[in-house]
Ligand binder design. Structure first.
Ligand code: NAD
Length: 448
């Protein structure tokens, strides 16, 4: 089922329906718009109430950050958690001293919830975020923003339509280095942007593909081991209970784009911030494979080694490289005609650095540029903040001011299109083109 088949609004028309009805099955929805709900106006001193949908590894952590900020400032509180796995509902409910449910629609129907954290696997991101915005909630939406390009389009349109605040949870974008790089580029410190490159390499057998499976968990049991498997699958193709898919969803295309969506999103999103004006790619090609040997081969669809090349209409390109079977990075940098901006000396593009470096093109360089900036490297200091806490605080601030958050939907959509097209290109073995006026991907160049 594609997201186009969802009628999220039809459910909201019935949001007052009994919780008994809510607990039965995922909603059957017809495509008819209904009036949207507006959220509460939050004053500077009002306490913001949040609930998290999907309290697995990430959701548990992010909820903890909101909870801690609430403890420190008394300005926000976690009032609900939701998961389709009863054990995770129980443990998070107990830890955060709040309500818990197996059904996210109960969270969305609550009037006392101002914002929803969405930390489910990727195939559920858009649907829950769209329904939450229709229900008048602001949304902290984990990266990747969504699973398909059409979902990205719907999210952009729905943020515009509902005027909700949506922050995409690539917390690295709250690091100071991107904002310093953005200013340096805008000030002309690299000349014309030619190419950005980055990488994401690690070597981990345990990794995200071999996470622990709770042997007792499943849909055919009762009590804390119960999993609402039908709800977990949601918009994905139906299939019988499979604990490997439940606990290790990143191995499968139905729920993930592999390294591209899991890790490259953290590189593509900040690059778009550095460039000043975020951009859709015009042409994308990608390839990769399962090369990592026995520890990496088990029942997995996604490559462990994956690379993409993209072109942009403004006249520059992007190269991203990754392997989960080798930890050596290629340097993360933004190349200009007159100088390069070295984002991290140690290579991992989105890793923290206490400075970024402008390295001029001396040989064959631009005399005017060299007269202005000199031939020596210029180190620009970077503030050492906590990106995660900064990112969440920025979301909470924007809920009060209604300003655009750091990783707003428009910027995130441009990163998402690059990432999603790279997955399509790799899987189809094709060079793909993007027509941004129609949000359309094709294997034929877009006519001017
Ligand atoms: N920003 C980051 O650095 C970062 C880090 C890790 C993960 N993530 C993202 O967070 C998301 C979750 O990753 P994870 O590692 O926590 O996975 P996970 O499998 O540990 O957790 C996902 C949870 O969502 C629950 N769930 C699934 N469908 C649901 C539904 N319809 N309603 C309620 N609960 C539902 C699952 O039962 C599970 O407990 C992914 O999209 C991932 O990309 C982001």
């Amino acid at each position: 089922m594609s997201t186009g088949d969802f009628n999220r609004r039809a459910f909201l028309r019935q949001a007052g329906a009994t919780s008994a009805a809510l607990s039965v099955a995922a909603p059957a929805m017809a495509a008819r718009p209904s009036p949207k709900m507006s959220g509460r106006v939050i004053g500077a001193n009002d306490r913001i109430q949040v609930a998290c949908v999907g309290v697995g590894g990430r959701g548990h952590y992010v909820t903890g950050v909101f909870h801690k900020i609430g403890q420190d400032t008394n300005n926000c509180a976690v009032v609900g958690v939701c998961d389709v796995y009863q054990r995770r509902v129980n443990s998070n409910k107990e830890q955060y001293k709040c309500d818990g449910t197996l059904d996210y629609r109960e969270i969305l129907a609550r009037k006392d919830v101002d914002a929803v954290i969405v930390a489910t696997p990727d195939h559920w991101h858009a649907r829950i975020a769209l329904e939450a915005m229709d229900a008048g909630k602001d949304v902290y939406l984990e990266k990747p923003m969504c699973h398909t390009i059409d979902e990205a389009r719907q999210l952009v349109n729905t943020v515009k339509e509902t005027k909700r605040v949506l922050q995409v949870g690539s917390q690295t974008t709250s690091g100071d280095q991107w904002h310093k790089a953005r200013k340096a580029i805008a000030d002309g410190m690299i000349g014309k942007h030619i190419m950005s490159q980055g990488s994401y390499h690690r070597n981990s057998r345990e990794g995200e593909w071999n996470w622990k499976i709770d042997e007792d968990a499943g849909p055919h049991t009762k009590g804390e081991a119960y999993v609402d498997w039908k709800m977990w699958l949601g918009p994905a193709p139906k299939r019988d209970w499979n604990p490997d898919r439940f606990f290790r969803f990143r191995k499968y295309w139905d729920y993930s784009g592999g390294v591209a969506t899991d890790l490259f999103f953290h590189v593509a999103a900040p690059m778009n911030i550095c460039w000043g004006e975020p951009q859709f790619p015009s042409k994308v090609m990608a390839s990769g494979g399962i090369y990592g040997g026995p520890a990496f081969e088990k029942d997995r669809e996604v490559p462990d080694t994956f690379h993409l090349i993209a072109e942009y209409a403004k006249g520059y390109s992007v190269v991203l490289s990754s392997s989960m079977a080798n930890s050596q990075h290629i340097p993360g940098l933004i190349r200009g005609k007159d100088a390069s901006l070295i984002m991290v000396e140690h290579g991992r593009f989105e890793g923290h650095a206490d400075h970024i470096t402008v390295r001029p093109e001396v040989r064959g360089g631009n005399p005017e540029y060299l007269a202005k900036y000199g031939k020596e490297e210029i180190k620009i200091p970077v503030e050492n903040n906590d990106p995660m806490r900064t990112h969440v605080s920025n979301f909470l601030d924007c809920m009060r001011t209604r300003n655009k958050p750091t990783l707003d939907v428009e910027t995130a959509a441009r990163a998402q299109v690059l990432i999603s097209m790279s997955v399509m290109s790799c899987r189809q073995g094709k060079v793909l083109y993007f027509d941004e006026s129609k949000w359309k991907v094709s294997d034929k160049p877009v006519k001017a």
